[in-house]
Ligand binder design. Structure first.
Ligand SMILES: [Zn+2]
Length: 369
């Protein structure tokens, strides 16, 4: 149909363009298009199969696992760096504290020494100069004092430089540590994001695998062949309530119950329903079919009715049902087997109320005709 042309949805109709121009497709075609669309969505053989989707998800999971492992590695590396920085900052803090203490101590020592030397000490600068017995001794003493002062000063300068160096290093370390902390946090978030995505994909895969399992379950077998044979090959007979006439049309019968049979004292135990050879025979009511063959009856059917009565069909040409049947279902075809052989085809029909002895079925037959 026109669906092969480029189509688009108009206000209420599907509009398809053919070579000759614009063609408006009827609502019926629109419904058809919708049915095709629904079938495509519902039918897994038309839509993308769960096998294909599962394969795609599996590949996705594989990729995500790789990503996650990379993110995890990066996170771990970053964490190790941060730990190193933490340790460095901590070591440096200790160094800085030591340097501060050293500096203070050096400064205190120098200050004390200067005080003791020049102000309150037992030795004064002048003492050293004037107590010297020789000029040379005086020079030596002065040189000693100067060198002590210089040496202390060198130590102080050294400590000061070290303190400044440590302070600068500490500043850098703290900055590095701060950025590394952000790095670790970002990497952890990335790892978490991939992890969540991965678990979602895993869940999806689980669902798809369930779907695949359902699809690969063996499908129920088609109905057995026997059932197909027993299905009515002719349209079911018109039913009169729960009952149907035992023969298809045309047929004829009379009230021939009790008529003499076989030239002796034997009397007719049913009604003969005459019909052309091969006419369908129907279940008068729902019940269970049994059949057997032999003797006067030829091929015959017993119908144990759900109503509690038994019905016999004799001289059948064929039996086409078994097991439980419903009213009006074909159970065989009319024939002339048994002692009817050579005569006209008919059903010798018997009615056994409650499954007991036969009674005249005539009025029953007329009531369900
Ligand atoms: Zn008969």
């Amino acid at each position: 149909m026109a669906l092969t042309y480029p189509c688009s949805y108009g206000k209420k109709r599907l509009v398809c363009t053919n070579n000759k121009g614009v063609k408006i497709i009827t609502k019926r075609a629109l419904i058809l298009a919708n049915i095709i669309l629904i079938l495509t969505l519902v039918n897994p053989t038309i839509a993308e199969s769960p096998f294909k989707r599962a394969k795609a998800v599996k590949n996705e999971i594989k990729g995500m696992r790789k990503d996650l492992s990379k993110a995890f590695q990066a996170y771990e590396d970053s964490k190790i760096k941060l730990e190193k920085l933490n340790r460095a900052v901590s070591n440096n803090t200790a160094k800085l504290q030591n340097a501060t203490v050293d500096l203070k101590r050096s400064e205190t020592i120098l200050s004390k020494r200067i005080n003791s030397l020049y102000r309150y000490g037992h030795v004064s600068f002048f003492d050293i100069i004037f107590e010297a017995s020789t000029f040379n001794e005086m020079l030596v003493n002065m040189d000693f004092l100067i060198r002590v002062g210089k040496k202390d000063n060198v130590v102080i300068q050294k400590v000061k430089r070290l303190k400044a160096e440590i302070t600068t290093a500490q500043k850098h370390l703290k900055a590095d540590r701060a950025s590394q902390r952000v790095n670790v946090k970002n990497l952890n978030e990335k790892k978490g994001y991939i992890d969540t995505k991965l678990s979602k994909a895993k869940k999806q895969l689980k669902g798809l695998e369930k779907e695949i399992k359902e699809l690969s379950k063996p499908k129920p077998l088609p109905p057995p062949v026997q059932q197909q044979i027993t299905a009515p090959s002719a349209p079911p007979a018109a039913t009169n309530g729960n009952y149907a006439f035992p023969s298809g049309s045309p047929y004829g019968y009379s009230n021939d119950w009790g008529a003499p049979r076989g030239g002796g004292t034997r009397r007719h135990q049913g009604n003969d329903i005459l019909a052309p050879m091969g006419t369908p025979a129907y279940a008068v009511t729902g019940g269970t079919i049994g059949s057997s063959t032999g003797g006067n009856a030829g091929l015959w059917i017993t119908l144990r009715g759900d109503d509690g009565n038994a019905y016999f069909y004799m001289h059948m040409q064929s039996v086409t049902a078994s097991g439980h049947v419903s009213a009006g279902q074909q159970i065989g075809t009319v024939g002339n087997t048994g002692n009817a052989l050579g005569g006209p085809a008919h059903i010798h029909f018997e009615l056994h109320p409650g499954g007991g002895g036969a009674v005249n079925p005539y009025f029953f037959l007329t009531s369900i005709q």
